[in-house]
Design a protein around this ligand. Structure first.
Ligand code: B1M
Length: 225
């Protein structure tokens, strides 16, 4: 069990998408993230364990990138391998209640292309019964404002992975609050913290998708009192 999970994490780290992918050459002809995830789920490995191994793989490739041992193409291949895993995991995270609890407008802020974490937040939040309006990555403030206008009463979630795009996140929060002061905003992403969230005027911060769900439940309960 552990072996297959570790192999999936390694495929993510090395960017081995599937058996047919020629990259990396040392893994040519081997099963990739796609095949191994399918096999693991068939063997009843828990989706959470697979996801944890993928996150660890991403962490390792990120650290190697910081040390200049790999470059952007390797990060891209890792992201593609992770997408192959997520395609199999998505149905498990979406197995939630059918009743829609509310609307959640979600996006990665302008200038930032990282969307894997944001996509995970979408899946888990949807699985917990919320309708998610996913605006994608590199989302300009005006697009958030349009979406809020079309979804009155929604809660907004912003994601950022770069320290540089935290400034864009702060601007987005300020623009939203200046026009829709009662709209609740939660922020997340690796460089964020509760302190940074509150400083930029957001209402909450979550380090993971489960924390985003907790924020949504708490906020909607407060709004219905
Ligand atoms: Co980028 N990248 N990247 N990258 N990349 C990081 C983030 C970096 C830490 C790598 C490093 O140096 N060690 C570094 C940022 C340093 C910094 O600013 N502090 C970095 C850099 C520098 C860059 C470029 C500038 C590189 C360059 O071009 N020279 C460039 C920027 C492009 C841009 O955005 N404008 C760049 C590009 C890319 C790729 C496009 C190649 C690719 C992204 C592909 C994609 O997303 N479609 C990529 C990748 C893959 C990474 C790493 C390796 C992995 C990110 C990831 O997906 N993690 C990353 C290193 C790392 O994270 N260790 C790195 C897995 C994911 C599940 O975790 O996104 O943290 P995460 O999401 C978590 C939580 O944060 C949370 O829940 C998720 C699940 O637990 N969460 C929320 C996220 N959003 C939330 C919202 C919420 C609540 C929780 O509520 C709303």
């Amino acid at each position: 069990m552990n072996e297959i999970v570790e192999r999936i994490g390694l495929c993510v780290e090395r960017g081995k998408i599937n058996k047919a992918s020629p990259f990396p050459v040392t893994m040519k002809g081997d099963d990739g993230a796609d095949e191994l995830t399918k096999q693991a789920l068939e063997a009843d490995v828990k989706p959470d364990a697979i996801l944890q191994a993928c996150n660890d793989g991403m962490q390792r490739i990120g650290e190697r990138f910081s040390r200049n041992e790999v470059f952007v193409p390797e990060l891209l291949m890792a992201a593609k391998a992770m997408h192959a895993v997520m395609a199999h995991l998505e149905p498990f995270f979406k197995l939630g209640t059918v009743k829609v609890k509310g609307k959640f407008v979600l996006g990665t802020v302008t200038g930032d292309l990282h969307d894997i974490g944001k996509n995970l937040v979408r899946m888990v939040v949807e699985g917990n019964g919320w309708e998610v309006i996913d605006l994608g990555a590199d989302v300009k403030p005006a697009k958030f404002l349009d979406a809020i206008k079309n979804a009155p009463g929604c809660i907004v979630g912003l994601s950022a992975l770069l320290t540089t795009t935290m400034a864009n996140m702060a601007k987005t929060v300020q623009e939203i609050k200046s026009i829709y002061p009662s709209t609740s905003i939660i922020v997340g992403g690796a460089p964020l913290s509760m302190d940074a969230a509150l400083k930029m005027g957001a209402d909450g911060y979550a380090p993971n998708p489960q924390g985003a769900v907790a924020f949504l439940e708490k906020t909607s309960a407060m709004n219905t009192v």
